[in-house]
Design a protein around this ligand. Structure first.
Ligand code: UD1
Ligand code: CA
Length: 460
Protein backbone atom coordinates (compact mmCIF):
# COMPACT_ATOMS: atom_id res chain seq x y z
CA UNK A 1 0.00 0.00 0.00
CA UNK A 2 1.36 3.35 -0.98
CA UNK A 3 0.53 6.18 1.36
CA UNK A 4 0.44 8.70 -1.45
CA UNK A 5 -0.49 12.11 -0.27
CA UNK A 6 -3.50 13.87 -1.71
CA UNK A 7 -4.30 17.58 -1.83
CA UNK A 8 -7.72 18.89 -2.86
CA UNK A 9 -8.11 22.14 -4.77
CA UNK A 10 -11.61 23.61 -4.94
CA UNK A 11 -12.03 26.08 -7.79
CA UNK A 12 -14.30 28.87 -6.62
CA UNK A 13 -13.05 32.09 -8.19
CA UNK A 14 -15.53 32.18 -11.05
CA UNK A 15 -17.63 35.32 -11.32
CA UNK A 16 -20.99 33.61 -11.04
CA UNK A 17 -22.63 36.52 -12.88
CA UNK A 18 -25.67 34.48 -13.82
CA UNK A 19 -26.75 34.33 -10.19
CA UNK A 20 -27.32 38.12 -10.36
CA UNK A 21 -26.40 38.44 -6.72
CA UNK A 22 -24.23 40.42 -4.33
CA UNK A 23 -23.47 37.15 -2.60
CA UNK A 24 -20.72 35.12 -4.31
CA UNK A 25 -22.25 32.12 -6.09
CA UNK A 26 -20.50 29.49 -3.98
CA UNK A 27 -21.95 31.00 -0.79
CA UNK A 28 -25.53 30.56 -1.94
CA UNK A 29 -27.05 27.86 0.23
CA UNK A 30 -28.28 24.59 -1.17
CA UNK A 31 -30.63 22.94 1.31
CA UNK A 32 -29.47 25.30 4.03
CA UNK A 33 -25.72 24.86 3.58
CA UNK A 34 -23.54 27.11 1.36
CA UNK A 35 -22.49 25.21 -1.76
CA UNK A 36 -18.80 25.72 -1.04
CA UNK A 37 -19.22 24.34 2.48
CA UNK A 38 -20.84 21.22 1.07
CA UNK A 39 -17.94 20.72 -1.33
CA UNK A 40 -15.35 21.33 1.40
CA UNK A 41 -17.13 18.88 3.72
CA UNK A 42 -17.00 16.24 0.99
CA UNK A 43 -13.33 16.99 0.35
CA UNK A 44 -12.61 16.52 4.08
CA UNK A 45 -13.65 12.90 3.77
CA UNK A 46 -10.65 12.37 1.49
CA UNK A 47 -7.97 14.73 2.71
CA UNK A 48 -7.19 17.35 5.31
CA UNK A 49 -5.14 19.27 2.80
CA UNK A 50 -7.71 21.54 1.14
CA UNK A 51 -7.09 24.70 -0.84
CA UNK A 52 -9.91 26.94 -2.09
CA UNK A 53 -9.22 29.27 -5.01
CA UNK A 54 -11.08 32.57 -4.70
CA UNK A 55 -11.12 35.87 -6.53
CA UNK A 56 -9.44 38.88 -4.86
CA UNK A 57 -12.76 40.63 -4.16
CA UNK A 58 -14.39 37.58 -2.56
CA UNK A 59 -13.77 38.73 0.99
CA UNK A 60 -17.01 37.06 2.11
CA UNK A 61 -15.83 33.70 0.77
CA UNK A 62 -12.59 34.00 2.70
CA UNK A 63 -14.33 35.01 5.90
CA UNK A 64 -16.69 32.05 5.50
CA UNK A 65 -13.61 29.81 5.71
CA UNK A 66 -11.82 31.72 8.45
CA UNK A 67 -12.46 29.27 11.29
CA UNK A 68 -11.48 26.22 9.27
CA UNK A 69 -8.18 24.60 8.39
CA UNK A 70 -8.91 25.19 4.71
CA UNK A 71 -6.25 27.27 2.98
CA UNK A 72 -7.00 29.98 0.47
CA UNK A 73 -5.34 30.84 -2.81
CA UNK A 74 -6.23 34.01 -4.67
CA UNK A 75 -6.60 34.02 -8.44
CA UNK A 76 -5.85 37.63 -9.38
CA UNK A 77 -7.88 37.64 -12.59
CA UNK A 78 -10.45 35.10 -13.74
CA UNK A 79 -8.63 33.82 -16.78
CA UNK A 80 -10.01 30.31 -16.84
CA UNK A 81 -9.93 27.05 -14.93
CA UNK A 82 -6.28 26.29 -15.82
CA UNK A 83 -5.21 29.66 -14.45
CA UNK A 84 -7.30 28.99 -11.32
CA UNK A 85 -5.42 25.76 -10.60
CA UNK A 86 -2.12 27.56 -11.31
CA UNK A 87 -3.06 30.08 -8.61
CA UNK A 88 -3.24 27.22 -6.11
CA UNK A 89 0.10 25.64 -7.12
CA UNK A 90 2.33 27.56 -4.67
CA UNK A 91 0.10 26.38 -1.83
CA UNK A 92 0.45 22.70 -2.73
CA UNK A 93 3.13 21.07 -0.63
CA UNK A 94 6.16 19.31 -2.12
CA UNK A 95 5.14 16.03 -0.48
CA UNK A 96 1.86 15.92 -2.37
CA UNK A 97 1.59 13.22 -5.05
CA UNK A 98 -1.89 13.76 -6.40
CA UNK A 99 -4.16 16.77 -6.71
CA UNK A 100 -7.90 16.33 -6.74
CA UNK A 101 -9.65 19.23 -8.49
CA UNK A 102 -13.24 20.02 -7.49
CA UNK A 103 -15.59 22.88 -8.31
CA UNK A 104 -17.19 25.00 -5.60
CA UNK A 105 -20.45 25.11 -7.51
CA UNK A 106 -21.05 21.34 -7.76
CA UNK A 107 -22.65 20.89 -4.34
CA UNK A 108 -24.09 17.38 -4.28
CA UNK A 109 -20.97 15.43 -5.20
CA UNK A 110 -20.45 12.47 -2.88
CA UNK A 111 -17.19 11.30 -1.35
CA UNK A 112 -17.98 7.75 -2.50
CA UNK A 113 -17.70 8.87 -6.13
CA UNK A 114 -14.32 10.44 -5.40
CA UNK A 115 -13.21 7.25 -3.65
CA UNK A 116 -14.14 5.41 -6.82
CA UNK A 117 -12.08 7.90 -8.85
CA UNK A 118 -9.07 7.42 -6.56
CA UNK A 119 -9.34 3.66 -6.86
CA UNK A 120 -9.36 3.92 -10.66
CA UNK A 121 -6.26 6.09 -10.85
CA UNK A 122 -2.58 5.27 -11.00
CA UNK A 123 -0.49 7.71 -8.98
CA UNK A 124 1.44 8.90 -12.00
CA UNK A 125 -1.62 9.04 -14.28
CA UNK A 126 -4.59 11.37 -14.64
CA UNK A 127 -8.26 10.60 -14.29
CA UNK A 128 -11.55 12.36 -14.48
CA UNK A 129 -15.22 11.95 -13.72
CA UNK A 130 -17.48 11.95 -16.75
CA UNK A 131 -21.25 11.69 -17.10
CA UNK A 132 -23.81 11.25 -19.87
CA UNK A 133 -26.12 14.23 -19.93
CA UNK A 134 -29.36 14.07 -21.97
CA UNK A 135 -28.70 17.73 -22.74
CA UNK A 136 -24.94 18.37 -22.71
CA UNK A 137 -25.28 21.97 -23.95
CA UNK A 138 -22.56 24.26 -22.66
CA UNK A 139 -20.39 21.50 -21.22
CA UNK A 140 -17.02 20.16 -22.33
CA UNK A 141 -17.30 16.93 -24.37
CA UNK A 142 -15.10 13.87 -23.85
CA UNK A 143 -13.19 12.80 -26.95
CA UNK A 144 -12.32 9.11 -27.31
CA UNK A 145 -10.48 7.17 -30.00
CA UNK A 146 -11.58 4.00 -31.78
CA UNK A 147 -10.53 1.89 -28.79
CA UNK A 148 -12.57 4.06 -26.43
CA UNK A 149 -9.50 5.66 -24.87
CA UNK A 150 -9.81 9.31 -23.89
CA UNK A 151 -7.88 11.61 -26.18
CA UNK A 152 -8.97 14.97 -24.85
CA UNK A 153 -11.79 17.32 -23.92
CA UNK A 154 -13.32 19.90 -26.23
CA UNK A 155 -15.33 22.84 -24.96
CA UNK A 156 -18.74 23.43 -26.51
CA UNK A 157 -17.66 26.67 -28.12
CA UNK A 158 -14.61 25.07 -29.71
CA UNK A 159 -16.40 21.87 -30.77
CA UNK A 160 -17.32 20.80 -34.28
CA UNK A 161 -20.93 19.93 -35.08
CA UNK A 162 -20.05 16.24 -34.78
CA UNK A 163 -18.31 16.74 -31.42
CA UNK A 164 -21.32 18.60 -30.07
CA UNK A 165 -23.37 15.46 -30.60
CA UNK A 166 -21.25 13.65 -27.97
CA UNK A 167 -23.26 13.30 -24.79
CA UNK A 168 -20.39 12.23 -22.53
CA UNK A 169 -19.36 15.36 -20.68
CA UNK A 170 -16.56 16.59 -18.46
CA UNK A 171 -17.80 17.15 -14.91
CA UNK A 172 -14.76 19.30 -14.09
CA UNK A 173 -13.53 16.80 -11.49
CA UNK A 174 -10.01 15.51 -12.04
CA UNK A 175 -7.20 13.75 -10.29
CA UNK A 176 -3.82 14.99 -11.51
CA UNK A 177 -0.20 14.08 -10.75
CA UNK A 178 1.45 16.88 -8.79
CA UNK A 179 4.78 16.30 -10.52
CA UNK A 180 3.45 17.38 -13.93
CA UNK A 181 1.46 20.43 -12.93
CA UNK A 182 4.13 23.17 -13.28
CA UNK A 183 4.94 21.94 -16.74
CA UNK A 184 1.38 21.40 -17.93
CA UNK A 185 -0.13 24.57 -16.49
CA UNK A 186 2.83 26.54 -17.83
CA UNK A 187 2.09 25.29 -21.32
CA UNK A 188 -1.58 26.34 -21.39
CA UNK A 189 -2.48 29.11 -23.80
CA UNK A 190 -5.54 31.16 -24.62
CA UNK A 191 -5.85 30.05 -28.23
CA UNK A 192 -9.50 29.04 -27.95
CA UNK A 193 -12.99 30.45 -28.45
CA UNK A 194 -13.19 31.89 -24.93
CA UNK A 195 -9.63 33.22 -24.78
CA UNK A 196 -9.16 31.40 -21.45
CA UNK A 197 -6.58 29.07 -19.97
CA UNK A 198 -8.46 25.78 -20.12
CA UNK A 199 -7.57 23.23 -17.44
CA UNK A 200 -9.11 20.63 -19.75
CA UNK A 201 -6.06 20.86 -22.00
CA UNK A 202 -3.97 18.95 -19.45
CA UNK A 203 -5.83 15.77 -20.41
CA UNK A 204 -4.42 16.10 -23.92
CA UNK A 205 -0.95 16.74 -22.47
CA UNK A 206 -1.21 13.52 -20.45
CA UNK A 207 -2.24 11.57 -23.56
CA UNK A 208 0.68 13.07 -25.49
CA UNK A 209 3.06 12.10 -22.67
CA UNK A 210 1.72 8.53 -22.77
CA UNK A 211 0.58 8.71 -19.18
CA UNK A 212 -2.34 6.53 -18.18
CA UNK A 213 -5.68 8.39 -18.52
CA UNK A 214 -8.55 6.84 -16.61
CA UNK A 215 -12.15 7.87 -16.18
CA UNK A 216 -15.14 6.88 -14.14
CA UNK A 217 -18.74 7.62 -15.06
CA UNK A 218 -21.14 9.07 -12.56
CA UNK A 219 -24.68 7.85 -13.28
CA UNK A 220 -26.25 10.07 -10.68
CA UNK A 221 -26.45 13.30 -12.62
CA UNK A 222 -27.50 15.42 -9.63
CA UNK A 223 -24.15 14.65 -8.04
CA UNK A 224 -22.18 16.21 -10.87
CA UNK A 225 -24.56 19.00 -11.87
CA UNK A 226 -23.04 22.43 -11.50
CA UNK A 227 -25.01 25.51 -10.49
CA UNK A 228 -24.77 28.57 -12.70
CA UNK A 229 -28.04 30.33 -11.98
CA UNK A 230 -30.81 30.38 -9.41
CA UNK A 231 -33.08 28.13 -11.46
CA UNK A 232 -30.45 25.39 -11.39
CA UNK A 233 -29.88 25.98 -7.69
CA UNK A 234 -33.52 25.50 -6.71
CA UNK A 235 -33.94 22.52 -9.05
CA UNK A 236 -31.01 20.82 -7.33
CA UNK A 237 -32.40 21.72 -3.91
CA UNK A 238 -35.77 20.19 -4.85
CA UNK A 239 -33.94 17.03 -5.90
CA UNK A 240 -32.12 16.98 -2.56
CA UNK A 241 -35.40 17.19 -0.60
CA UNK A 242 -37.14 14.68 -2.85
CA UNK A 243 -34.34 12.16 -2.23
CA UNK A 244 -34.52 12.69 1.51
CA UNK A 245 -38.29 12.11 1.34
CA UNK A 246 -37.74 8.87 -0.60
CA UNK A 247 -35.19 7.74 2.01
CA UNK A 248 -37.65 8.45 4.81
CA UNK A 249 -40.43 6.59 3.03
CA UNK A 250 -38.13 3.60 2.63
CA UNK A 251 -37.24 3.71 6.33
CA UNK A 252 -40.86 3.60 7.52
CA UNK A 253 -41.77 7.28 7.73
CA UNK A 254 -44.76 8.61 5.81
CA UNK A 255 -44.02 11.80 3.95
CA UNK A 256 -47.45 12.62 2.55
CA UNK A 257 -46.04 14.24 -0.58
CA UNK A 258 -42.32 14.14 -1.40
CA UNK A 259 -42.87 17.06 -3.76
CA UNK A 260 -44.13 19.21 -0.88
CA UNK A 261 -41.44 18.44 1.66
CA UNK A 262 -38.35 20.54 2.32
CA UNK A 263 -35.31 19.60 4.30
CA UNK A 264 -32.52 22.14 4.75
CA UNK A 265 -30.13 20.42 7.07
CA UNK A 266 -29.80 17.11 8.91
CA UNK A 267 -32.93 15.22 9.73
CA UNK A 268 -33.38 11.95 11.56
CA UNK A 269 -36.85 10.43 11.89
CA UNK A 270 -37.96 7.18 13.48
CA UNK A 271 -40.49 4.70 12.17
CA UNK A 272 -44.25 5.30 11.88
CA UNK A 273 -44.00 9.04 12.02
CA UNK A 274 -46.26 10.88 9.58
CA UNK A 275 -45.32 14.20 8.03
CA UNK A 276 -48.09 16.09 6.27
CA UNK A 277 -47.53 18.43 3.34
CA UNK A 278 -45.62 21.70 3.10
CA UNK A 279 -43.39 21.35 6.14
CA UNK A 280 -39.89 22.83 6.18
CA UNK A 281 -37.19 21.23 8.35
CA UNK A 282 -33.96 23.15 8.92
CA UNK A 283 -30.79 22.70 10.91
CA UNK A 284 -30.60 19.59 13.05
CA UNK A 285 -33.97 17.94 13.54
CA UNK A 286 -34.50 14.67 15.40
CA UNK A 287 -37.98 13.16 15.45
CA UNK A 288 -38.97 10.00 17.29
CA UNK A 289 -41.49 7.25 16.57
CA UNK A 290 -45.19 7.69 15.84
CA UNK A 291 -44.98 11.44 15.79
CA UNK A 292 -47.51 13.37 13.73
CA UNK A 293 -46.43 16.56 12.06
CA UNK A 294 -49.36 18.50 10.62
CA UNK A 295 -49.35 20.47 7.41
CA UNK A 296 -47.43 23.75 7.08
CA UNK A 297 -45.09 23.42 10.04
CA UNK A 298 -41.66 25.06 10.08
CA UNK A 299 -39.31 23.12 12.32
CA UNK A 300 -35.72 24.14 12.96
CA UNK A 301 -33.11 22.70 15.33
CA UNK A 302 -35.59 20.64 17.30
CA UNK A 303 -35.98 17.32 19.03
CA UNK A 304 -39.48 15.86 19.08
CA UNK A 305 -39.97 12.70 21.11
CA UNK A 306 -42.13 9.64 20.46
CA UNK A 307 -45.85 10.04 20.01
CA UNK A 308 -45.88 13.83 20.01
CA UNK A 309 -48.43 15.61 17.83
CA UNK A 310 -47.48 18.86 16.15
CA UNK A 311 -50.67 20.33 14.72
CA UNK A 312 -50.68 22.43 11.53
CA UNK A 313 -49.04 25.85 11.18
CA UNK A 314 -46.69 25.42 14.11
CA UNK A 315 -43.27 27.08 14.19
CA UNK A 316 -40.60 25.40 16.30
CA UNK A 317 -37.06 26.72 16.63
CA UNK A 318 -34.50 25.46 19.11
CA UNK A 319 -36.91 23.44 21.21
CA UNK A 320 -37.46 20.00 22.69
CA UNK A 321 -40.93 18.46 22.73
CA UNK A 322 -41.39 15.58 25.16
CA UNK A 323 -43.08 12.29 24.35
CA UNK A 324 -46.81 12.42 23.88
CA UNK A 325 -47.02 16.21 23.97
CA UNK A 326 -49.42 18.11 21.72
CA UNK A 327 -48.40 21.41 20.19
CA UNK A 328 -50.41 23.77 17.99
CA UNK A 329 -52.14 24.46 15.74
CA UNK A 330 -50.57 27.91 15.35
CA UNK A 331 -48.09 27.59 18.18
CA UNK A 332 -44.60 29.07 18.35
CA UNK A 333 -41.93 27.32 20.37
CA UNK A 334 -38.80 29.44 20.48
CA UNK A 335 -35.22 28.80 21.57
CA UNK A 336 -34.75 27.12 24.90
CA UNK A 337 -38.25 25.69 25.09
CA UNK A 338 -38.27 22.30 26.78
CA UNK A 339 -41.58 20.50 27.09
CA UNK A 340 -41.78 17.44 29.30
CA UNK A 341 -43.98 14.46 28.54
CA UNK A 342 -47.66 14.94 27.74
CA UNK A 343 -47.57 18.71 27.77
CA UNK A 344 -50.01 20.78 25.74
CA UNK A 345 -49.27 24.01 23.98
CA UNK A 346 -52.28 25.26 22.06
CA UNK A 347 -53.06 27.89 19.48
CA UNK A 348 -51.38 31.27 19.59
CA UNK A 349 -49.13 30.33 22.46
CA UNK A 350 -45.52 31.53 22.31
CA UNK A 351 -42.82 30.04 24.50
CA UNK A 352 -39.19 31.10 24.91
CA UNK A 353 -36.76 29.60 27.41
CA UNK A 354 -39.73 27.89 28.97
CA UNK A 355 -39.41 24.55 30.72
CA UNK A 356 -42.65 22.73 31.35
CA UNK A 357 -42.86 19.69 33.60
CA UNK A 358 -44.86 16.64 32.59
CA UNK A 359 -48.52 17.24 31.89
CA UNK A 360 -48.39 21.04 32.07
CA UNK A 361 -50.60 23.01 29.69
CA UNK A 362 -51.02 26.39 28.10
CA UNK A 363 -53.80 25.84 25.69
CA UNK A 364 -54.67 29.24 24.29
CA UNK A 365 -53.20 32.66 23.62
CA UNK A 366 -50.34 32.87 26.09
CA UNK A 367 -46.70 33.96 26.36
CA UNK A 368 -44.31 32.02 28.55
CA UNK A 369 -40.81 33.53 28.53
CA UNK A 370 -37.96 32.67 30.95
CA UNK A 371 -40.43 30.47 32.78
CA UNK A 372 -40.09 27.20 34.63
CA UNK A 373 -43.25 25.26 35.29
CA UNK A 374 -43.46 22.16 37.45
CA UNK A 375 -45.69 19.22 36.63
CA UNK A 376 -49.42 19.41 36.02
CA UNK A 377 -49.70 23.18 35.78
CA UNK A 378 -52.47 24.88 33.85
CA UNK A 379 -51.94 28.31 32.36
CA UNK A 380 -55.19 29.96 31.31
CA UNK A 381 -55.94 31.75 28.08
CA UNK A 382 -54.49 35.19 27.68
CA UNK A 383 -51.90 34.78 30.42
CA UNK A 384 -48.46 36.26 29.92
CA UNK A 385 -45.21 36.34 31.78
CA UNK A 386 -43.87 39.91 31.98
CA UNK A 387 -40.29 38.72 31.81
CA UNK A 388 -38.66 41.87 30.46
CA UNK A 389 -38.43 45.23 32.17
CA UNK A 390 -36.82 46.96 29.20
CA UNK A 391 -33.30 46.22 30.46
CA UNK A 392 -33.12 42.69 31.81
CA UNK A 393 -35.00 39.40 31.63
CA UNK A 394 -36.43 37.92 34.84
CA UNK A 395 -37.59 34.41 35.67
CA UNK A 396 -41.03 33.14 36.54
CA UNK A 397 -41.07 29.89 38.50
CA UNK A 398 -44.17 27.78 39.05
CA UNK A 399 -44.19 24.72 41.31
CA UNK A 400 -46.30 21.64 40.61
CA UNK A 401 -50.07 21.72 39.99
CA UNK A 402 -50.22 25.49 39.82
CA UNK A 403 -53.38 26.91 38.25
CA UNK A 404 -53.18 30.32 36.60
CA UNK A 405 -56.60 31.75 35.76
CA UNK A 406 -57.20 33.32 32.38
CA UNK A 407 -55.83 36.67 31.41
CA UNK A 408 -53.38 36.90 34.23
CA UNK A 409 -50.24 38.98 34.11
CA UNK A 410 -47.31 37.37 35.87
CA UNK A 411 -44.74 40.08 36.62
CA UNK A 412 -41.29 38.55 36.95
CA UNK A 413 -39.26 37.81 38.95
CA UNK A 414 -42.04 35.76 40.43
CA UNK A 415 -42.62 32.51 42.25
CA UNK A 416 -45.90 30.61 42.43
CA UNK A 417 -45.44 27.73 44.87
CA UNK A 418 -46.93 24.23 44.56
CA UNK A 419 -50.70 24.21 44.11
CA UNK A 420 -50.91 27.99 44.08
CA UNK A 421 -54.04 29.27 42.38
CA UNK A 422 -54.22 32.60 40.60
CA UNK A 423 -57.61 34.20 40.12
CA UNK A 424 -58.50 35.06 36.54
CA UNK A 425 -57.62 38.54 35.47
CA UNK A 426 -54.97 39.03 38.15
CA UNK A 427 -51.80 41.01 37.93
CA UNK A 428 -49.45 39.07 40.16
CA UNK A 429 -46.31 40.82 41.32
CA UNK A 430 -45.26 38.83 44.35
CA UNK A 431 -44.99 35.25 45.50
CA UNK A 432 -48.13 33.14 45.97
CA UNK A 433 -47.49 30.53 48.68
CA UNK A 434 -48.40 26.85 48.51
CA UNK A 435 -52.11 26.01 48.38
CA UNK A 436 -53.02 29.71 48.38
CA UNK A 437 -55.21 31.79 46.13
CA UNK A 438 -53.61 34.88 44.68
CA UNK A 439 -56.00 37.62 43.60
CA UNK A 440 -54.55 40.73 42.11
CA UNK A 441 -57.35 42.75 40.61
CA UNK A 442 -59.72 45.59 41.48
CA UNK A 443 -62.85 44.43 43.23
CA UNK A 444 -65.97 44.62 41.10
CA UNK A 445 -68.66 47.09 42.05
CA UNK A 446 -72.09 47.46 40.50
CA UNK A 447 -73.77 50.87 40.23
CA UNK A 448 -77.52 50.82 40.88
CA UNK A 449 -79.76 53.05 38.83
CA UNK A 450 -77.10 53.68 36.23
CA UNK A 451 -78.46 55.12 32.96
CA UNK A 452 -77.31 53.71 29.68
CA UNK A 453 -76.35 56.57 27.27
CA UNK A 454 -79.06 57.33 24.68
CA UNK A 455 -78.54 58.09 21.03
CA UNK A 456 -79.44 61.72 20.23
CA UNK A 457 -80.81 62.74 16.83
CA UNK A 458 -78.99 66.10 16.84
CA UNK A 459 -75.56 66.19 15.39
CA UNK A 460 -72.95 67.57 17.78
C1 UD1 B 1 -15.65 23.80 -17.16
C2 UD1 B 1 -14.92 22.88 -18.08
C3 UD1 B 1 -15.92 22.04 -18.88
C4 UD1 B 1 -16.82 21.28 -17.92
C5 UD1 B 1 -17.47 22.25 -16.94
C6 UD1 B 1 -18.22 21.49 -15.90
C7 UD1 B 1 -12.93 24.12 -18.66
C8 UD1 B 1 -12.23 24.87 -19.70
N1 UD1 B 1 -14.11 23.67 -18.98
O1 UD1 B 1 -16.47 24.65 -17.93
O2 UD1 B 1 -15.25 21.13 -19.71
O3 UD1 B 1 -17.82 20.59 -18.67
O4 UD1 B 1 -16.46 23.02 -16.28
O5 UD1 B 1 -18.92 22.39 -15.10
O6 UD1 B 1 -12.39 23.90 -17.59
N2 UD1 B 1 -13.20 29.05 -12.07
C9 UD1 B 1 -12.21 29.74 -11.41
N3 UD1 B 1 -11.48 30.66 -12.09
C10 UD1 B 1 -11.71 30.92 -13.41
C11 UD1 B 1 -12.73 30.21 -14.07
C12 UD1 B 1 -13.45 29.27 -13.38
O7 UD1 B 1 -11.97 29.54 -10.21
O8 UD1 B 1 -11.00 31.78 -13.95
C13 UD1 B 1 -13.96 28.04 -11.30
C14 UD1 B 1 -15.41 28.38 -11.20
O9 UD1 B 1 -15.67 29.09 -9.99
C15 UD1 B 1 -16.07 27.00 -11.17
C16 UD1 B 1 -15.12 26.14 -11.98
O10 UD1 B 1 -13.89 26.84 -12.03
O11 UD1 B 1 -16.13 26.50 -9.87
C17 UD1 B 1 -15.64 25.86 -13.38
O12 UD1 B 1 -15.81 27.09 -14.05
P1 UD1 B 1 -17.05 27.35 -15.00
O13 UD1 B 1 -16.87 28.67 -15.66
O14 UD1 B 1 -18.30 27.08 -14.28
O15 UD1 B 1 -16.91 26.14 -16.02
P2 UD1 B 1 -16.66 26.22 -17.57
O16 UD1 B 1 -15.39 26.95 -17.86
O17 UD1 B 1 -17.88 26.68 -18.21
CA1 CA C 1 -16.30 29.59 -18.03
Amino acid sequence: MSASSLAVVVLAAGKGTRMRSNLPKVLHPLAGVPMLKRVVNTARELSEDIIVVTSPDAETVRSALVDTDVRIAVQERQRGTGDALAAALPAIGADVDQVLVLCGDVPLLKAATLQRLLAATLTEGVSLVTARFPDPTGLGRILRDGQGCITGIVEERDATVAERRIDEINTGIYLLPRAQLEDWLGRLDVGNAQGEYYLTDVIRFAVEADLPVASITCDDLAEVTGVNDRAQLVRLEREFSRRKAEQLLASGVTVMDPARFDVRGDMHVEQDTVIDVNCVFSGKVVIGREVQIGAHCVIEDATIDDGAVIAPFTHINGAHVGAGSRVGPFARLREGTDLGEHCRIGNFVETKKARLGAGSKANHLAYLGDATLGEGCNVGAGTITCNYDGIAKHPTVLGDDVFVGSNSTLVAPLNLADRAYVAAGSTITSRVPEDSLGVGRARQRNIDGWKRPKKTTEAD
